[in-house]
Ligand binder design. Structure first.
Ligand SMILES: Nc1nc2c(c(=O)[nH]1)N[C@H]1C(S)=C(S)[C@@H](COP(=O)(O)O)O[C@H]1N2
Ligand SMILES: [Mo]
Length: 199
């Protein structure tokens, strides 16, 4: 017959098309922090990459801003099931920061100014898939969202995107971070619904 019965619209194209399993869309930007927002002044802020050999690469705030930046538009997915599509950021690609870093380590444990940690494979931070972001929607990143700067790793659940990022520690083995030690998945791929250990 080729006629769609009244009331049946099939899959709605304006909603759900770009959502990983179990997620819903939100228009606002929820704040999820395990503790209080640390106030980190850009005067004292610094970002470090520490290799497994103990070599420290360091950037001050002006040094970070002097690096070439990118403006990724990405979808973000929180394990508490909200997703936001097409978010606009500015930041420095991790490829740029890791350019002069000599390492054989395969994992990174990100440490933040609030004491938060989260683990990721180094490969997931490279190839244009991760940034140290310092602007959201054309304005400086708000403190509650991780300002002055946060990790942005949109292809993994958003808990991997460490706010107030301070040090990226290269580790030969995968060391669980804050949520991972509490039962959340070590990798956290939203498309495979890797929410908890064992998923
Ligand atoms: N330093 C730090 N980073 C963090 C968190 C945190 O508590 N501390 N929470 C994580 C979680 S669980 C999520 S979902 C996102 C939330 O980011 P938002 O508050 O900007 O939405 O930040 C992640 N990064
Ligand atoms: Mo989260």
């Amino acid at each position: 017959m080729g006629i769609v019965s009244p009331g049946f619209r099939g899959r709605r194209r304006d909603e759900g098309a770009g959502l990983p399993p179990g997620q819903y869309l939100t228009k606002d930007f929820p704040v999820l922090s395990a503790g209080p927002t640390p106030r980190v002044a850009t005067k004292t802020w610094e970002l470090t990459i520490t290799t497994e050999a103990g070599v420290v690469h360091q950037w001050t705030w002006p040094e970070l801003l002097a690096l070439p930046s990118e403006t990724p538009t990405v979808d973000i997915h929180c394990v508490t099931k909200w997703s936001k599509l097409g978010t606009n950021w500015r930041g420095v690609a991790l490829d740029t920061l890791f350019e002069g870093v000599d390492t054989a380590a395969e994992y990174v444990l990100a440490h933040s100014y609030d004491g938060y940690t989260t683990n990721l494979p180094l490969a997931d931070l490279l190839d244009g898939r991760a940034w140290v972001a310092y602007e959201f929607d054309g304005a400086g990143l708000a403190p509650e969202h991780g300002g002055p700067a946060r990790l942005l790793v949109p292809h993994l659940y958003f808990w991997k995107s460490a706010k107030w990022v301070h040090d990226l520690e290269l580790t030969p083995t995968d060391e669980p971070g804050f949520w991972e030690a509490g039962g959340y998945h070590d990798y956290g791929d939203p498309w495979r619904e890797q929410r908890y250990q064992g998923d």
